[in-house]
Ligand binder design. Sequence first.
Ligand code: AMP
Ligand code: GLY
Length: 423
Amino acid sequence: MKILVIGSGGREHAIVSSVAKSKRVSEIYAAPGNAGIAELAQCVDISVMDFDKLVAFAKEKEIDLTIVGPDDPLVAGCVDAFEAAGLRVFGPRKNAAIIEGSKAFSKDLMKKYGIPTAAYENFDNADDALAYLEKADFPIVLKADGLALGKGVLICKDLEEAKAGVKEIMLDKHFGDAGNKMVIEEFMTGREVSVLAFCDGTTIKTMTSAQDHKRAKDGDQGLNTGGMGTFSPSPFYTEEIDAFCQEEIYKKTMAAMKAEGRDFVGVLFTGLMITEKGTKVLEFNARFGDPEAQVVLPRMKNDIIDVMEACIDGKLDTIDLQFEDNAAVCVVLASDGYPVSYEKGFPIKGLDTFKDKEDYYVFHAGTKLKEGEVVTNGGRVLGVTAKGKDLVTARANAYEATKWIDFDNKYMRNDIGKAIDEQ
Ligand code: AMP
Ligand code: GLY
């Protein structure tokens, strides 16, 4: 089979690595890809949002299956464009990707179908939001409705901060049109867990759990980022919690989307908060998480193409989804200064060390080839993943492997997965 993967981050490198393991695959293409993906796939310089060119490319190369990685093209209807051209494609259609594309939509869906989530109100103008805040409890959470590169969530400790937040989102439009509407929701405390699941519109099968570390600095200090590292599985996501979530969250969400005429086919990412009052949904995403994919996919035993085809064909119930009985930790190597400002273009040394090592992976997120050399080209540069028999071992292995890589400006957190030591 010929496969096209759309995207250029660590998530897409992890997807391409899994695709490359499939015996059914003969050629892999990536649009636009990155320097790491280029070792496994032929990269073609087409933007993830240029659907006409992507479709034309898939037709020209007679691609058998296209996999859409990032949220932006999914929410904008990339899958619909491929289907309209008669092409096979993995991911939710626009009318289902809205579960990520509009937080107001997903909150209303959860309310309507009794799926546990934080109490909330939706607003489409700043005056009403400000009036609501006058009577609210603090801290409180403000969320821009639309896609905002994972940055549209503000946790406000008092009324003054919340008022400034409404101005930022709805009046100053810091997140552009994503702030035309806003959700104000109850602040929850607890353990966060990410659970990714394959979906065929009717059946939902969860992958092994993971946890992301979103803040830039050790001890969960600093600004929110796209994710500074992950570990899998999460020891906090117990069998009991999983049993609850299967019935009360995942199956209900699948059924809710179907009842709304928005069958969800693809990967549903549920961000959970395990609180003292039970487990609740923080958010839904319509795709693999990044860097969650970098610890979940290396542990998956199935052929990823078999699973994705079963989703498209509505036959996911025939798949026995299996994960290795081990653990993985991913430490993101970033450019110092991320997520605010940073320099790029520094040569990266040590990538070859990973080549002959089983259970160690270096996924490229922000890299490019410059005169035959791999250089830094983003805030998050690489995801260094290692497996181990348990989380403590995987963590030690991952941090050892971070030493193999060197570039000017290299920055990482030193406490990815540290909470697991407390177990
Ligand atoms: P989201 O994009 O909705 O996942 O929000 C980004 C991050 O903000 C989450 O991973 C949480 O750490 C935090 N967050 C979002 N909603 C809440 C909430 N209701 N209570 C506490 N923290 C939250
Ligand atoms: N790591 C969080 C996300 O992919 O949205």
